[in-house]
Design a protein around this ligand. Structure first.
Ligand SMILES: NC(=O)c1ccc[n+]([C@@H]2O[C@H](COP(=O)([O-])OP(=O)(O)OC[C@H]3O[C@@H](n4cnc5c(N)ncnc54)[C@H](OP(=O)(O)O)[C@@H]3O)[C@@H](O)[C@H]2O)c1
Length: 429
């Protein structure tokens, strides 16, 4: 028996979905007795070449051909963005259809509302592809690891910035050149701000931390810093000191209080996350029973993302056979305050530009000493125009002390600029 699917959008991900559903239909039919078939595909432009073959009459520009078709049981949304995707998904749920989506922007902001409507209508919403592309993250956090109290999430969950930082490291080029390469290769959009300013990683952190910490997390809860200010010289100094720079998304549950941040971070070269290069993604999870786990793989692309979407479709087909509906990934949510913990302790990397004059370093050392901030490593490099660069990696400091140091440094007469300050991730804790 055919199980009919409506596909909203047929771009990079949608085309991969059409081809993978076709490839796996026989296997699913053998497993469940139902053969998934993409019946109707909603697009804007009927004449575009989609790089995948199907009968032209399956295409439509009328959403109702899917949302009001009583034979369609599953709707896959791969349009992206908030509207019209949200309206279509809510209507599909209200019409009793199960939904699979790859849309992180929508789930990060409207996930609770969408899950509530699904629950009210006794249908499922699955969104494995919204975070980490092919890497199973949502499923393990909501199913396989539920016996754990998850305390830590640490991840490289934006492929574009990871590609840019990897190119800056291996080719010794600056941010702008690496960004242009990413755009040429299709890893970055023409407007790259959502990726390079950290928003895309923050949206994924909202989704992951809501599930892992069983609470409702909002985008505004996350301290977000992008990678535009990271220079080739920061990458080079980090390398000299034994680190690589990554845009790290971090979520921690400190016994009921959460800290959530996305920011460029120095990672020791011996840390497993330091080896996650190019457009790959990885997530490091700590559970009280499981210990430390790391998930690694392709975070984007047509077939890797289709792998997660079609995996959700197959779970749905199996569940339908069993008469089971899984609409809420979170179960009962606990309210957990998100705090900016002033006493969180990290080592910090500082890059300062100073006028190259006698006594400058002594005044900086005195300032750090009076803040009880001890230095682990110092590099001093001469630069053009009578200036020098001083790079300091401190021992562990509280966030308050690091902020206080940045403020106090501005008052030093020989200081030209505090150019870059980044936390340093410990090897192990
Ligand atoms: N690309 C990835 O590697 C990746 C990875 C993980 C998650 N995702 C998520 O997957 C989703 C889709 O991404 P994508 O890269 O496949 O996007 P895309 O290539 O831009 O494709 C979007 C598709 O939606 C259709 N569409 C857009 N607006 C529409 C409207 N108003 N009405 C009807 N159809 C409309 C487009 O139709 P036309 O073709 O006719 O213009 C196109 O087929 C997004 O939520 C994205 O965040 C993508």
């Amino acid at each position: 028996m055919d199980l009919e699917i409506g596909l909203l959008g047929c771009g990079t991900v949608g085309a991969g979905v059409v081809s993978l559903v076709r490839r796996r239909a026989g296997k699913v039919a053998d497993m469940t007795g139902s053969r998934p078939v993409v019946k109707t595909i909603l697009v804007r432009n009927l004449d575009k070449n989609r790089g995948v073959t199907f009968e032209h009459e399956r295409l439509t520009t009328r959403p109702d051909d899917i949302l009001r078709d009583e034979d369609i049981q599953i709707v896959i949304e791969t349009i992206g963005g908030i509207e019209p995707a949200k309206t279509y998904i809510l209507e599909a749920l209200r019409n009793g259809k199960h939904v699979v989506t790859a849309n992180k922007d929508l789930i990060a902001v409207h996930g609770p509302e969408i899950l509530r409507v699904a629950e009210e209508n006794h249908v499922s919403v699955l969104f494995e592809a919204a975070v980490g592309g092919a890497i199973p993250l949502v499923g393990p956090l909501k199913e396989n690891l539920t016996a754990n109290e998850v305390t830590d999430l640490k991840g490289i969950i934006n492929g574009t910035t990871n590609f840019i930082l990897s190119e800056m490291t291996s080719r010794h080029i600056d941010f702008e050149e690496a960004l242009a390469m990413a755009q040429e290769l299709g890893y970055a959009e023409s407007d790259p701000s959502s990726d390079v300013d950290g928003l895309d990683a923050a949206r994924k952190l909202v989704i992951l931390s809501s599930i892992a910490f069983q609470t409702e997390v909002h985008l505004t809860d996350i301290r977000i810093e992008g990678i535009r200010h990271v220079r080739a010289k920061d990458v080079r100094y980090a390398d000299e000191l034994g680190y690589v720079i990554k845009l790290l998304a971090v979520g921690r549950d400190h016994g009921g209080e959460l800290t959530l941040a996305v920011r460029p971070t120095l990672i020791p070269k011996v840390h497993p996350l330091a080896h996650v290069s190019d457009a790959y993604n990885a997530l490091y999870v700590r559970g009280d029973a499981a210990g430390d786990l790391m998930f690694f793989g392709r975070g984007a692309g047509s077939m890797p993302t289709a792998s997660a979407v079609v995996g959700d479709v197959i779970s749905l087909v199996r569940n339908l056979k069993l008469g089971y509906v899984a609409s809420s990934p979170n179960g009962t949510l606990t309210a957990k305050p998100v705090v900016d913990r002033e006493d969180d302790r990290y080592k910090y990397y500082f890059r300062l530009v100073v006028h190259d004059q006698p006594g400058v370093f002594a005044s900086i050392a005195q300032l750090f000493g009076s803040a009880h901030a001890s230095m682990e490593t110092v590099l001093q490099k001469r630069v053009d125009g009578g200036c020098a660069e001083i790079v300091i990696v401190t021992h562990e400091l509280s966030t308050t002390t690091a902020r206080h140091l940045v403020d106090e440094l501005q008052h030093l007469s020989h200081l030209q600029a505090v150019e870059c300050v980044m936390p340093v991730e410990p090897v192990t804790e």
